[in-house]
Ligand binder design. Structure first.
Ligand code: HEM
Length: 408
């Protein structure tokens, strides 16, 4: 079967619809056209959109794909950027990816970051007495991440730089002046970090990236900075998951005593259910570099592909009563489940699946410990709705907590 036999979106170009509908753009069209894939045009270019395990398996398993040229340049610059591991394929990708897996999965990054974050965020909230979780968790994560990467206070104590790290992810779905400002800020951060490369603590993750050899030579400084940002930016972005965690505690407070009593595996299961239910990374993109045959489809070279990550996690075919928040479902980052892919799926070493899932879960669990075990608080009336047309999504208020005191 060739792409021509798949349903076609009748709109001449669907870019505005994508901006208007956000997370619902691909799954709603698949439901309307019947099936798990359809053809449309975005930014004037032909694209094949998938919602479901087949598309996830294609982008996280099939050979003959590249991420280069698959994302709009502004999104690429704010997220992974040129020269990053995400832009590599084959042996070069596996070699660089192995470094990320050592730093983030095999070693103790999750534990180290989670311990520092729990201490620093609890202390900050105790002092402030009230907070907007999205802001304070993200800002504290920025400080903790800069320290862990190996920078001293000249970087970690710079509030503008920490804010710029937050905005790199927060502005990816924006258009116009806001995205332009975020790009300018990113430029400034890159220059700042490039000047600070010599100050990285010996043996720290940042130092190891700066010394990492490819073809017998260390990474060029601009690439080292891109990869250091590939650690800092997404650690800060975990603040968004922590805001979703705070939201569920406000909306369904029965989870608070449950979490106080939970053992670590239950806490992790709770975080996994949060990752399933919290809209974050909507879709990933790739291009075929040669003709590819995948699960009944014959794709030509140069085919642009989008795989929906959010929709499959809400499908009743994979998750019974998907609208219910239920930590007992059993999905886990340790598996290779193509219906549960909040940070990609497939084999970690050879695909573009995110190497940061272990760290993400450790930081989410630390955030929940602060909110349930370290502090008491109450939530004033506020708008906790989550608009699915805004990418990345967030609880509208950012989750405001007040009357924060240490838990007796
Ligand atoms: C905040 C929650 C996070 C989300 C929603 C997320 C999402 C993703 C997704 C969907 C991908 C796959 C991109 C693709 O297929 O092209 C990815 C890749 C990646 N992520 Fe994450 N991520 C998160 C946290 C992290 C953390 C904490 C780190 C590091 C500390 C990290 C580092 C990376 C890197 C380096 C890649 C590129 C991997 C490759 O190309 O092989 N991410 N992430």
């Amino acid at each position: 079967m060739t792409p021509d036999s798949l349903p076609r979106d009748p709109a001449p170009d669907a870019t505005l619809a994508l901006l208007r509908q956000g997370y619902r753009f691909i799954p709603d069209r698949c439901a309307r056209f019947g099936g798990d894939a359809f053809r449309t045009r975005l930014l004037g270019r032909e694209v094949l959109c998938f919602s479901g395990p087949r598309g996830v398996r294609l982008l996280y398993g099939a050979g003959g794909l590249t991420r280069q040229g698959a994302m709009p340049p502004t999104v690429l610059r704010l997220l992974q950027d040129k020269g990053s591991v995400q832009q590599l394929e084959g042996a070069a990708h596996r070699h660089r990816k192995a470094l990320f897996l050592r730093l983030l999965v095999e070693e103790e990054a999750g534990e180290t970051l989670a311990t520092d974050f729990r201490r620093a965020w609890a202390e900050r909230l105790r002092q402030q007495g009230e907070t907007r979780v999205l802001d304070s968790a993200s800002d504290t994560l920025a400080e903790v991440a800069c320290r862990w990467v190996g920078f001293g206070p000249q970087i970690s104590a710079d509030a503008d730089l920490r804010r710029a790290l937050y905005l790199m992810s927060a502005r990816t779905g924006s258009v116009g002046p806001r995205v332009l400002m975020a790009l300018l800020r990113r430029r400034r951060v890159e220059r700042r970090l490039a000047r600070a490369l010599d100050t990285l603590a010996p043996g720290s993750p940042g130092h190891r990236i700066a010394r990492f050899a490819e073809d017998g030579r260390p990474l060029p400084p601009e690439v080292a900075v891109v990869e250091i940002l590939n650690l800092l930016r997404p650690i800060v972005a975990v603040g968004r998951y922590i805001a979703f965690a705070a939201r569920i505690l406000v909306v369904e407070p029965r989870w608070i005593p449950w979490l106080r009593a939970a053992e670590d595996p239950e806490l992790e299961a709770f975080c996994e259910e949060l990752r399933r239910t919290s809209p974050f990374f909507p879709m990933t993109a790739a291009l075929t570099t040669r003709p590819v045959r995948h699960e009944g489809l014959d794709l030509p070279e140069g085919q642009w592909l989008l795989a929906d990550l959010w929709g499959p996690m809400q499908a009743a075919s994979a998750f019974a009563r998907p609208e219910d928040f239920d930590p007992a479902r059993g999905q886990s980052w340790r598996g290779q489940d193509s219906a549960f892919a909040p940070q990609g799926a497939g084999d970690l070493a050879s695909t573009h699946r995110c190497p940061g899932e272990k760290v993400t879960l450790a930081l989410m669990a630390a955030g929940l410990k602060v909110l349930c075990r370290d502090l008491d608080w109450h939530a004033p009336p506020q708008d906790l709705s989550v608009a699915l047309n805004r990418v990345p999504a967030r609880p509208e208020s950012g989750v405001i907590l007040s009357g924060i005191t240490p838990r007796a």
